[in-house]
Design a protein around this ligand. Sequence first.
Ligand SMILES: [Mg+2]
Length: 319
Amino acid sequence: MKQDDLLGKIRAVLFGTAVGDALGVPVEFKSRSTVRKNPVTGMTGFGTYGQPPGTFSDDSSLSFILAEVLTEGYDLNRLADHFLKWRNENYWTPLGDAFDIGISTSRALSRLAKGEDPRSSGCKEEGANGNGSLMRIAPLVFQVYDKPAEDRFELAREVSSVTHAHIRSVISCFYYLEFLRQLLEGRNKFEIYDDLKSGVTDFLKSVPVEQDEIALFGRLLDGDIYKLPEDRISGSGYVVHTLEASVWCLLTTGSFSNAVLTAVNLGEDADTTGAVTGAMAGLLYGIDAIPAEWKEQLARHDDIEDLAERMAKKFSNQK
Ligand SMILES: [Mg+2]
């Protein structure tokens, strides 16, 4: 990939994530019926956390931290150190305050702070399948895209497992990265969706995973999720719901703006559904399809541009 093309795609992922996140922050935790009375149509502020317009949350902070680590080379220990720096020193926060942190992430970071290895710090129980690793994994696509499927799965597993080590979170991250990877190649979104039905299903046969776990992804891997009405799609913080909702938003809309606004207007975990959808929609429609006034209102806009440039330099040199 040429450095200019690569830079555009990296910017699309980073800004797509942060714009989707920041659009959703003011309505996080609000029910769909509440959001529907006053739907999000642009970058607003305040609401749930009382933050000004353009304030992104943990989803983007932790995504930027992953991107930042990748500029110096993949290193799980450094990733863990930087996550702690976020919690303890407000590193890569929008306005100097880590104002939102998920339960499993918080527990895993406490273990890391006590010296636990990042390969064993993540929550392993079935109940720890919130979207806390899915929301921060998109930048990993630039690390995995030219690697074989086994390596792509292994990297998704490692990065998810720093906080979310259950196989369900790992499969969710893997599916999402596979989708992003094909978007990076410029493929049609419905072709990608169909391709992953057999591609991901076949790959998972090589992984020690219970059939019951794979069955939980049935609406993505067996059905045509885009045919479902909105009331069958959940905006909850459960990782499978977030993944389903994001794919549904991408497949049922025709522009970046509509994809992310549809995502945040599902309510509940609006910022995360927005962020996860935003990275995909950014890659699909391109950086220039992200409304300039949304991008420009983002906290740390110039730092995000700088991060994208450093990432592009790193990944184009690698080729
Ligand atoms: Mg958040």
